[in-house]
Structure formats: C-alpha cells, structure tokens
Design a protein around this ligand. Structure first.
Ligand SMILES: Nc1ncnc2c1ncn2[C@@H]1O[C@H](COP(=O)(O)OP(=O)(O)OP(=O)(O)O)[C@@H](O)[C@H]1O
Ligand SMILES: NC(=O)c1ccc[n+]([C@@H]2O[C@H](COP(=O)(O)O)[C@@H](O)[C@H]2O)c1
Length: 291
C-alpha cells in the first residue's frame, strides 16, 4: 500500500485534472482482484467520507456479503458538491486517500469474514473479493449520479446500481425541494425504474425509531404517499436493512472528527484501522479547523 503522502499527492493531482475537465463523474482508482469478471451489479456508496467510518464499513460489507460474487463491484463515490453541507475539512485529497485506505480495510474485513464462514484462509478468500472503485462526482443528487454512472465508459451496460444509503438520505432523496423548477418527484422515475436503494435503518431523535422508519416504507408500498408523488411500486426497489446492533453506540463522521480533538481513543471503534492510522499521522482535522 502506498504511503500516506504518496496517496495524498496522487489524489491532489487527479482532483485538479478532474476539476479542470468537463466530466461530472470519474473513476480515479480501482483496488481490485486479478480475477475480474464484467460487473453486473454495482453497489454505490456515495458519501462525504469525512472520514470514512465503521458505519460506512458495515453498510458496504453487509451489502457485499449478501452476494459475494466477482460480478459485483463497489464504487466509493465522493461528492465534491453536497446537496446540503458546506465544505469542511478535510481537503478532498485527504478524503480520497482515506477512501483508498478504507477500501483495503473493507477488503480485509470481507476476506476475514468469508474465511471464518468457510474455515479457509483469508489470503485464499481475497482472490474472490469484489473490486472496489474510488470515484469522484460534481453532482450532488442521486438521480444525476445514477445517470452519470450509466453514461460512464468505465462500466459495462446494462448494469444494475444498488445505492447504499442511510434512512436520513432516503428521506432527503424523496424531498421535492431538491427538484426545481417544478418541485415534484418525476425526476426520480428513471432511478426507481432501473436501480435500487439499500437503506440502512438509522434511528435517532431527528429521524424516528426503527419502527417508524419501517412504517414509512410500508406506507409507500400501500400507496399512501402517491398524492405526494411517491409511487407505490418504488417500495419494491427499496430494501431496508438493520444498522448497528441493539445497545451499540451510534457511529458518524461527525463523531469521528470530534474524537480527533477530545477522545482520540474513540477512533478505535469509530473508524477502520488504516483510516485511523491516517487520521493520527496526517491530522486532517487539526485543532483550529471548524469540524
Ligand atoms: N451510522 C449510520 N447508520 C446508517 N446510515 C449511515 C450511518 N452513517 C452514515 N450513513 C449513511 O451513509 C451515507 C453517507 O453518509 P455521510 O458521509 O453523510 O456520513 P455521516 O456520518 O452522516 O456524516 P456527517 O456526520 O459528517 O454528517 C448517507 O446515506 C448516510 O445516511
Ligand atoms: N435528493 C438527493 O438526491 C439528495 C438529497 C440530500 C443529499 N444528497 C446527497 O447524499 C449524499 C450524502 O449526504 P450527506 O453527506 O449530507 O449525508 C451527498 O452526496 C449528498 O449530496 C442527495
């Protein structure tokens, strides 16, 4: 694996080229297995990766473990323009460096899990772990990201995309405020007719309990929300999955950034190992930064 400095320099230069190009989405690197077969399913984890966390690892690994087959790939997609959040530290080249490190953490986790299940060796299992792409996009909305991936020469067609999101993001995808000028949900029709959302429950005071989150998707399936433009058949394209274990603390990038300033030991359970090393050595969330 390249050193942290080398990674950061590589991504600073790739980012400059991407920013200056007319492209809206580009795959910058792949962490891959030699045995590659053409992708049929592309899992997409779109995130600010600020930093990548153990929640991102769980979301991606549980999805890939459902069907660990070489025709699956995972795209870790960094959105340089966020629908809601203002730009904060860390710089994008640091986040991309952490995404590549996260890809190695994730592949190791998948190989170890498979080896435990099959009583085999992780090195043997590693050969069958799906490839992980590191990409960048200027598009903040999922409908546009999906269309950019479809148009991207890097991937074969047809290709089903499974977007991995948390419940909070599902609600935001279904909010008409993001779709000017008409502010209705018609722009979502192509996304839901061709692709899927795998949504991790994320209970909180703001977004409700697990039961409330499940009831929301049930209400889509019943057609209760058709008056708001949410079509009942979209529910078949939304899979809700469990998140953290009962009683386990909640994990977020915000908590990881805060831990760098107040409880460094919490990084042990907030971020995967290679990301932790990067955060400790490179200090992308310095004390005076507004995190
Ligand atoms: N703990 C979690 N449970 C469920 N979904 C999560 C969790 N953490 C992140 N996600 C989902 O992963 C995607 C990317 O998340 P994002 O990078 O915004 O993480 P975050 O922890 O919410 O960030 P921040 O704390 O900086 O606001 C979003 O769809 C989000 O809902
Ligand atoms: N309507 C939409 O497609 C929509 C709404 C809100 C956020 N997003 C995107 O979701 C991703 C995750 O967002 P947060 O980092 O705010 O959790 C970002 O890429 C953001 O731009 C998309």
């Amino acid at each position: 694996m390249a050193s942290f400095r080398v990674l950061r320099t590589k991504y600073a230069s790739l980012l400059q080229q991407f920013a200056a190009s007319a492209k809206d989405l580009e795959v910058l690197t792949s962490v891959s297995t030699e045995r590659n077969s053409p992708a049929k399913t592309l899992y997409v984890l779109d995130s600010s990766f600020n930093p990548p966390t153990c929640a991102h690892l769980r979301i991606a690994s549980t999805a890939l473990l459902e069907r660990l087959d070489p025709s699956s790939r995972l795209l870790l997609l960094l959105a340089t323009q966020n629908a809601d959040k203002a730009t904060k530290p860390a710089p994008f080249e640091d986040r991309l460096a952490m995404m590549e490190l996260f890809a190695h953490d994730l592949r190791t986790h998948l190989a170890n899990t498979k080896a435990n299940m099959a009583s085999s060796e992780p090195t043997e299992e590693m050969k069958n772990i799906p490839s992980i792409d590191i990409g960048v996009t200027k598009k903040p909305y999922f409908v546009d990201k999906a269309a950019e991936i479809e148009a991207c020469d890097f991937y074969p067609t047809p290709l089903e995309q499974v977007h991995l999101t948390g419940y909070d993001t599902l609600i935001r995808i279904l909010n008409p405020k993001y779709y000017p000028p008409e502010h209705n949900l018609k722009p979502l029709i192509p996304l839901f007719s061709q692709h899927r959302l795998r949504v991790t429950l994320r209970p909180s005071d703001e977004w409700g309990s697990k039961e409330e989150q499940r009831e929301f998707v049930d209400s889509i399936a019943r057609g209760d929300m058709e008056k708001n433009g949410v079509r009942r058949e979209w529910a078949q394209r939304i899979t809700l999955v469990e998140g953290r274990a009962p009683g386990a603390p909640s994990v977020s990038s915000t908590k990881a950034r805060q831990a760098t300033q107040s409880a460094i030991e919490d990084l042990d359970w907030l971020v995967p190992e290679n990301v932790r090393q990067f955060v400790l050595c490179e200090k992308p969330y310095s004390e005076d930064a507004k995190i």
